[in-house]
Design a protein around this ligand. Sequence first.
Ligand code: KG4
Ligand code: ZN
Length: 335
Amino acid sequence: MITLGIETSCDETAVAVLEEGFQIRSNLIARQEHLHERFGGVVPEVAARAHVEALNPLLADALERSGCGFDDLDGVAVTTGPGLVGALLVGMAAAKALALATRAPLIGVNHLEGHYWANFLEHGPPDPPYVALIVSGGHTMLVHVPELFRHVVLGQTLDDAAGEAFDKVARLLGLGFPGGPALDAAARTGDPHAVRFPRAMEGSGDLDFSLSGLKTAVLRYVRAEQAAGRAIDVPDLAASFQEAIVDVQVSKTIAAAERTGVRTVLLGGGVVANTRLRERLTIDGEAKGLRVLYPPPELCTDNAAMIACVGAARLARGERTSLDIPADPNLQLAT
Ligand code: KG4
Ligand code: ZN
């Protein structure tokens, strides 16, 4: 069974071809960071136009590298939300046209489900139940997955997403866009205990997050240091900020697993590429007897293989998506 996946929910144009649901035959990404860098964030209109330009050549390339032609497709999976509506529509129009032309069934996929399914590429899903921590540029949430395709959202951010906080603080420190990877690199030589930033909601007793206060605390610290004529130690500041985020993510993820009695924790989303988050969750999780799984860094950030992986599994259980499905920028995880 050959499944084509298309992902255009934000600023990455991505196409993948999977065999038997989870083996990657090709997985290509056209990045557009350079187009958004000077704005300090993704500009929706610019993203949609760039998808239009990138998608067709990328589709041709992904098929060629996979050794498949249009006639070999058994299914076409596409992200239908959440994301930027104009960006989503580009991928969806292409997927619908392909499904119509090849008669392969269309399957719409939730981007967030894709993020934790990135763990299942290569080997397929381990036995549920799981707790999934999904942390990206747009989301920060803990989800209980009692069985495949069933989700109970346990908690989420009340304001900024973790990736957004990484990007904003990186910008403040002059590290460029997207800032997460640069901040991660800068933090490697810094002291995570140099500055004590607030761990918002760490002891709140629920599984929600709040990140906007941390960002403001970093801004206030930088302004105060500058006003006092002291130079900012970027690695120390990056490491201290990162540690504050990671502390809360780790303690809430472990609390979520304990509350639900789940032993397998799946991590997904761009922020899971973060070295310190992976390291701390593995060490602290394993100390509590949890199995912590995360995808390789290149499958943490947006890609189409994860979308094709969910799509193939949903097609295999008989699901089909109608060709008139709309894009849904606020799509929720199905319960
Ligand atoms: O999942 P993703 O590619 O796109 C969304 O669905 O939002 O996540 C992108 C986010 C960006 O905010 C980026 O800065 C962050 O993931 N990110 C990281 C790292 N790599 C990417 N954050 C921290 N450390 C990293 N190594
Ligand atoms: Zn994403």
